[in-house]
Design a binder for this molecule. Structure first.
Ligand code: SF4
Ligand code: SF4
Length: 217
């Protein structure tokens, strides 16, 4: 079987070969790591350091489980950023300031366990296929993290009784739309399940999504 691999296409974009219906999210992360080893980015000298807060970076459930050694509820309060009306949408580890996991020498303290958003970020032009995969995986991991957050709310004795039932209903909605909830490793998650037929992302067209499904199925 052809291994999932990244390469520069003729438009000089990062592109993907070797995708199939058994490819997992871990396969994609491994391919990104291999590509970045072969084509290192100038992070050491970069003035726009992307871990210093120019972006919102979602935590994901697999990374959160690993970072907390299985006790996600312990780190959820630290990850949660109150953004007013939209509280559930953002589990940021960077945004207002630099990421809490960045050390004084601009190194990631949790590199091996960093979340999906960090693993797939490449600051060079990407093919539509890469963009679809990146956005779909990050979105799925975020769904799963929302469900973990709701689990914590439901179990927390400090949660007002009136808030529990709505949280349970929302949790059920989130779980029914999540392929990553309950997974402990990225190798348990198939890429084809992350990229759904109704998936839409502002940077890719429906035609590109259709072509992607043809490749992967
Ligand atoms: S990934 Fe790109 S933007 Fe981020 S620190 Fe490295 S070179 Fe800079
Ligand atoms: S977790 Fe690591 S790679 Fe991700 S933003 Fe923080 S320091 Fe950067």
């Amino acid at each position: 079987m052809v291994k999932l691999k990244l390469f520069f296409n003729k438009e000089n974009e990062v592109d993907i070969i070797g995708l199939n219906n058994k490819s997992t999210v871990q396969d994609f992360f491994d391919a990104v790591d291999e590509f970045l080893t072969e084509n290192p980015l100038p992070c050491d000298t970069c003035k726009q350091h992307c871990c210093k807060g120019r972006f919102k970076i979602n935590m994901d459930s697999v990374s959160a489980k690993k970072l907390s050694k299985g006790k996600v509820e312990r780190i959820i309060p630290k990850l949660f950023v109150d953004v007013g009306q939209n509280k559930l949408e953002v589990f940021m580890i960077a945004g207002h300031k630099k990421c809490r996991y960045l050390d004084g020498l601009a190194r990631c303290l949790v590199y091996k366990e960093r979340p999906a958003s960090c693993r797939t970020y490449i600051c060079i032009p990407q093919s539509a296929c890469y963009k679809i995969l990146d956005a779909a995986i990050v979105a799925e991991m975020h769904h799963a993290m929302r469900a973990e957050y709701l689990d914590t709310i439901i179990k927390d004795p400090a949660t007002p009784p009136g808030a529990i039932e709505p949280a349970k209903i929302l949790r059920q909605e989130v779980i029914s739309a999540s392929v990553a909830y309950g997974c402990n490793n990225y190798s348990e998650i198939l890429i084809k399940d992350c990229v759904r037929s109704d998936f839409a992302h502002s940077n890719v067209s429906q035609e590109e999504v259709r072509l992607f499904h043809e490749i992967i199925n």
